[in-house]
Write a protein that binds this ligand. Structure first.
Ligand code: GNR
Ligand code: NI
Length: 173
């Protein structure tokens, strides 16, 4: 397994804006990608990661919402679809590994029903709420080239990107 560099809005905005393509088959090559993504996510550390964040425009997401003191609970979502959204919404203070050190509140449907292929290519359907609902919607946005910043006002978004750029310049200096 390999830790891959995570793309950020500073250097790789055009890539992050790309729409990801459906996966044709859940095979060993795809599982190798998912393994690398999981290791990259744990190393970051983060609770979710979409393939485009490591530069691969495929509809693949990895996630682990377990607490630090709990055993790891990796989850894999291939070609995920939202088949139902609640009318009720809920706010959550979101962050993104591709927008380092920026956090802001995003309002999304509180519950969603999702359908996806798992690590073994089996079709799964389930209802998500709480952090799982937040995270799967955040990750599925990445598959469409959408960042949590795109849910904020233009002023907040521009300020956030400027802040990430400034931090990256400071780090390079
Ligand atoms: O690690 C992450 N934490 C997080 C916190 C609140 C809402 C969404 C997230 S996902 C993020 C990792 C990431 O950028 N995934 O795309
Ligand atoms: Ni993200």
């Amino acid at each position: 397994m390999t830790i891959r560099p995570i793309l950020t809005v500073d250097s790789d905005l055009a890539t992050l804006k790309q729409k990801s393509a459906p996966v044709e088959a859940v095979d060993d090559a795809l599982r190798a990608l998912m393994d690398d993504m999981l290791e990259t996510m744990y190393d970051a550390p983060g609770i979710g990661l979409a393939a485009i964040q490591v530069g691969t425009p495929k509809r693949v997401i990895v996630m682990d919402l377990s607490r630090e003191e709990e055993p790891r609970a990796p989850r894999f979502f291939v070609n995920p679809e939202i088949i139902w959204r609640s009318e009720e919404t809920a706010p959550y203070e979101e962050g993104c590994l591709s927008v380092p050190e920026i956090y802001d509140e995003v309002e999304r449907p509180a519950r969603v029903r999702i359908r996806y292929l798992d690590y073994h290519g089996s079709l799964v359907e389930e209802e998500a709420e709480g952090l799982l609902a937040v995270c799967i919607q955040h990750e599925m946005d990445h598959l469409e080239g959408v960042l949590f910043l795109d849910h904020l006002s233009r002023l907040k978004r521009d300020r956030a990107i400027a802040k990430v750029r400034k931090a990256a310049r400071a780090e390079a200096a």
